[in-house]
Design a protein around this ligand. Structure first.
Ligand code: ROI
Length: 164
């Protein structure tokens, strides 16, 4: 079993429901177990500002799937929840599921980079991640979560409660 941290984000079509449905779907992925979920956060959009605020959370999955078959499962969930790949960079989306960390693996595949590229600069990823990760978490590339948090202000972020 490996421990995988997954970032969830939505800013269209009842975002909170999108995240709830996504969590149910994550819990149903074969060879995997959903073991923790962070609080729900509302965050200002990173990217074009003329889009709704996002709902964000981080989930922890224990799995024996390999990274690319897990990615297939996550993309199938995104599709099932009406995700359309648009041309606009960083535009609004019904559901985003990102593999943030996968055990202590470093992955550099065309389809998948782990740790996630933008992890370090995104408060809406780091703060929920810190809720469900050990205080001492070290990324596969040597960085410590604690240091990334210290360099990333809790800005434009609102923790809106435990219940998801
Ligand atoms: N901005 C916020 N606040 N939350 C997200 O999940 C998110 N996801 C994205 C982009 C468009 C970069 N902006 C975001 O993919």
């Amino acid at each position: 079993m490996e421990r995988v941290y997954i970032g969830l984000g939505s800013n269209l079509a009842e975002p909170r429901e999108q995240l709830r449905d996504a969590l149910k779907a994550l819990a149903d992925i074969p060879s995997s177990r959903l073991v923790a979920v962070s609080s729900l956060y509302v965050s200002d959009p990173l990217g074009p500002p003329d889009q709704p605020r996002y709902n964000n959370a981080v989930a922890v999955l224990e799995t024996t799937r390999d990274p690319l078959t897990l990615l297939d499962a996550l993309q199938a969930i995104e599709q099932a929840q009406g995700r359309e790949r648009k041309t606009e960079r960083w535009g609004p989306r019904t559901l985003d599921l990102d593999i943030l960390l996968y055990g202590d693996r470093l992955i550099g595949e065309p389809r998948l980079t782990v740790p996630h590229y933008h992890l370090h600069a995104r408060p809406f990823v780091l703060y929920p991640l810190a809720e469900v990760a050990p205080d001492t978490l070290q990324l596969a590339d040597g960085r410590y979560l604690k240091d990334l948090l210290a360099a990333c202000p809790f800005e434009g972020l609102e923790r809106v409660g435990k219940a998801l």
